[in-house]
Ligand binder design. Sequence first.
Ligand code: PLP
Length: 396
Amino acid sequence: MRVYLDNNATTLVDPQVTACMEPFQTQVYGNPNSLHAFGSESHIDLNNAMEKIYAGIHAPKSDSIIITSCATESNNWVLKSIYFDYIMSGRKDHIIISEVEHPSIIAGARFLEKLGVKVTYLPINSEGIVTAQSVRDNITPKTALVSVMWANNETGAIFPVEEIGEICKEHDVLFHTDAVQAIGKIPVDVQSLNVDYLTFSAHKFHGPKGVGALYMKKGKELTPLLHGGEHMAGLRSGTLNVAGIIGMGKAMELAIDCLDFEMPDVEELRDKLEDALLKIKDTFVVTPREKRTRNTMLISFRGVEGESMLWDLNKAGIGASTGSACASVDLEANPVMEAIGADDDLAHTAIRFSLSRFTTEEEIDYTIGVVHEAVERLRGISSSYAYTPKNHESAL
Ligand code: PLP
């Protein structure tokens, strides 16, 4: 059996999405910026797709959604634009991000540090959450931007973006949120909070790879990262990824429909898996269920090296993730586990299971059996587990 439980990394393209993209690869292939019929024949479908994308995040027509190649581009764009527009001019010199942002924010912030920008990295609390109070405590008159993700890719922890947005508004600070892991899992309504910029990416919600977007509230600015033609009102040049945009539109429409219908089932399966795995002794899950996205679980089995567990799972046909980078010589601890203060033993044992609306009960039952066997086998050969009989409470 093959079981895909790494849906926070990427998702299966929904067959309905593939079907609606196909004509734009093979028949309607003109450049939409061309003046002839080959170019213009995609315009109606492109407009319809953009309408679905706007509707998906409840963006009013007066705001902008600029299509990019991925969330990494959108995240980099916000940081670099803030540098050009606010920091280089000397108006401000400080940004705030959390220490568990995606590498496309963390690495972007480190790059800005080299240019002289001051960066505050907010910690997470013991539940894996960035508090609004920590944002308030760190804003200064020189703060140009706060960038805090909506939902964390490792734990699924949902961050208090409404409160953070309010604090930013009070202090006249721009607010960006990386909503990559929120779209299709929880309702995302840009009008319900004070957000200036918001990032998302189609391949995380059963759309195609290579297409993402950056939402920008009316009246805000962005200096283009890619200069060239007049695509996307001159804000993001490059020939439009027509099939990708059409696919993202369809994927967004389906993702929103699924919030009420399939997502409760996904949650039920996630909970079934979690309940069964928590029966294993010395096992620990980060972030309470009600504070997480409905498809995600980051779980640690004391004494079981994450990479070894992945190996056993992979051999049994199951795809999951450790969230840590496996370098050639060192095995790195999971960054979120480290950030919540888990001891070294536990930080190396985290495994992320992320489900989707395509996950079946049969797959979950199979996974439960495989994980139980793997934990038993790996603990049986683990010297550290035998000699450190701690329980999970003492780990934090
Ligand atoms: N932000 C978050 C929270 C993510 O989980 C990811 C992908 O893992 C990204 C950004 C980057 O997305 P993309 O692959 O579209 O660049």
